[in-house]
Design a protein around this ligand. Structure first.
Ligand SMILES: Nc1nc2c(ncn2[C@@H]2O[C@H](COP(=O)(O)OP(=O)(O)OP(=O)(O)O)[C@@H](O)[C@H]2O)c(=O)[nH]1
Ligand SMILES: [Mg+2]
Length: 202
């Protein structure tokens, strides 16, 4: 995936602030601290595009980024970095605003083509299962990215991927991919999955 440009557009807390226009969108979802913002930076080769945090709850607004690829056939698109969920250490006030903010985005955004759900390779939590179930109800196309793959020895990664697939009760046609923002393992596969979400007819 050759990146022509990748830039920050805006941060929003409600629907009126979403960027206007018809660019297709892909949203990144997952637990706080799972590595969504890091994945955005590493996928699009920009070290500091999205802010990354050592403590959970770094991303608290809906952040829009505009990406243009050099590959022919893919129009410029938005990648939307959503705040993470499910971390007890994140202040109550922040956790409370997560659901309405994300629910509004996922249900009202016409240009949303699909979501990428990030799961930590070391464990799937109940809240991850709940999120995937919710996406099923919303009938949103999704790809599962099992990230921080570098935290598990390479001989055990496939096994972890299969375990995640089972824990999330995914159907065979849902893609589940390994990724590491630190080593870039899985980058071509995730890039292809993003392009598929962008070009799928729905
Ligand atoms: N080992 C390893 N660490 C990672 C990887 N991706 C992210 N991290 C680390 O995980 C921490 C959280 O990363 P973020 O990208 O800020 O996580 P996030 O999902 O955006 O978190 P919120 O914004 O709180 O929802 C940081 O310390 C990252 O360096 C990875 O692939 N491997
Ligand atoms: Mg983040």
């Amino acid at each position: 995936m050759k990146i022509q440009s990748a830039e920050f557009v805006t941060s929003c807390v409600n629907g009126e602030q979403y960027p206007k226009g018809q660019l297709s969108e892909i949203a990144l979802l997952g637990r706080s601290n799972v590595g969504k913002s890091s994945a955005l930076n590493s996928l699009f080769n920009r070290k500091t595009l999205a802010k990354v945090g050592k403590t959970p709850g770094k991303t608290q607004m809906i952040n829009f980024f505009r990406v243009a690829l050099s590959d022919t056939g893919i129009e410029p698109f938005h990648v939307v970095d959503l705040p993470g969920y499910g971390y007890a250490k994140v202040p109550e006030a922040v956790r409370k605003q997560w659901r309405p903010m994300v629910e509004h985005y996922l249900t009202k955004r016409d240009t949303l083509r699909g979501v990428v759900v990030f799961i930590d390779i070391r464990r799937t939590e109940q809240i991850d299962k709940d999120l995937v179930e919710w996406l099923r109800v919303l009938q949103l196309p999704k790809v599962i990215v099992v990230t921080k793959a570098d935290k598990v020895v390479s001989s055990k990664r496939k096994e972890a991927l299969l375990r995640t697939r089972q824990e999330l009760s995914l159907s065979q046609d849902t893609e589940v991919l390994l990724y590491s923002s630190h080593t870039h393992e899985g980058r071509p596969e995730v890039a292809r999955a993003l392009k598929n979400l962008l070009t799928e007819k729905t």
